[in-house]
Design a protein around this ligand. Structure first.
Ligand SMILES: [Zn+2]
Length: 269
């Protein structure tokens, strides 16, 4: 049943998301093996995708790339325990803490291959680049395949949706830089963490949204307006009206904290 949602985008990239807003699971066919990007929220779906991919291509999965630690991208890792699981060192560090507490009842397999800054998977024809940017979370990374001009953003992009930007390790300033790195690559196809498959235009919109949120919070902070007052403030950017209000509150909370840190640091120097 779920198979009909699996869409082939280029010669070697397939993608699945259960609903218009749920997390994407993608897989890439290399010349002798398969690579998964994010495992989705549950083992049943991960298993279905695995079975479909291996039957369809005749290849086996060798690597799983985890773009960041959130459960809707990692809870299916158990289905791929025979593969190398790759993430940034920061993502593994946060996951290690999460599996001791909040993610205790999930069968998460921790990454066994970690890196800082950049990592590559290659075959004779293709390269998969994994680039660490932080932003959405500490350790967030995106995946880029230059030969196919396709970019898989992880949750650095929520296409046409207000993003989840309330993670305790979110960094909006690094997030803006992350968008710029993705824009500079000029990909033809953009697979977001959530939302519809898009293009560079969607990345630019995502960047504008985060920039506007930063600008708004900075302005209000400088005027001495408190965090709680901001939520009631009637001149927030128009897109916040459409936002999931819980996510919006979390975003304001975390952006306010980071803006406060920035201004305190500036006043000390
Ligand atoms: Zn996320």
């Amino acid at each position: 049943m779920k198979r009909k949602n699996i869409i082939k985008f280029t010669d070697s990239v397939w993608d699945y998301s259960e609903t218009e807003t749920s997390s994407h699971i993608s897989f890439i066919k290399m010349d002798k093996f398969l690579v998964l990007v994010d495992t989705g929220y549950d083992e049943t779906t991960a298993k279905e995708i695995r079975d479909y991919a291996e039957t369809e291509t005749g290849f086996k999965f060798k690597y799983v790339i985890i773009t960041h630690y959130h459960g809707d991208h990692t809870f299916g890792t158990n289905v791929f325990k025979d593969c190398d699981i790759i993430s940034t060192r920061s993502t593994k560090k946060i996951l290690e803490k999460k599996v001791e507490k909040d993610y205790k009842d999930k069968n998460i397999i921790l990454p066994n291959v970690t890196f800082d800054v950049e990592y590559e998977i290659k075959d004779d024809f293709k390269t998969i680049k994994i680039i660490e940017t932080h932003g959405h979370t500490q350790g967030s990374a995106f995946v880029y395949i230059p030969q196919e001009s396709i970019l898989l953003t992880g949750d650095l992009l929520f296409a046409d949706m207000f993003p989840f930007a309330g993670d305790p390790s979110v960094n909006p300033y690094l997030w803006v830089d992350a968008f710029q790195k993705m824009i500079d690559l000029k990909p033809n196809i953009v697979i977001p963490g959530h939302g519809h498959i898009g293009s560079v235009k969607d990345i630019k919109e995502g960047q504008e949204l985060i920039k506007e949120m930063i600008q708004t919070i900075e302005n209000l902070y400088e005027k001495g307006i408190s965090k709680d007052q901001i939520l009631k403030y009637d001149k927030l950017p128009a897109f916040t009206k459409e936002a999931n209000q819980r996510w919006l509150k979390m975003t304001i909370d975390s952006f306010y904290r980071i803006v406060e840190e920035k201004f305190k640091l500036l006043s000390e120097t």
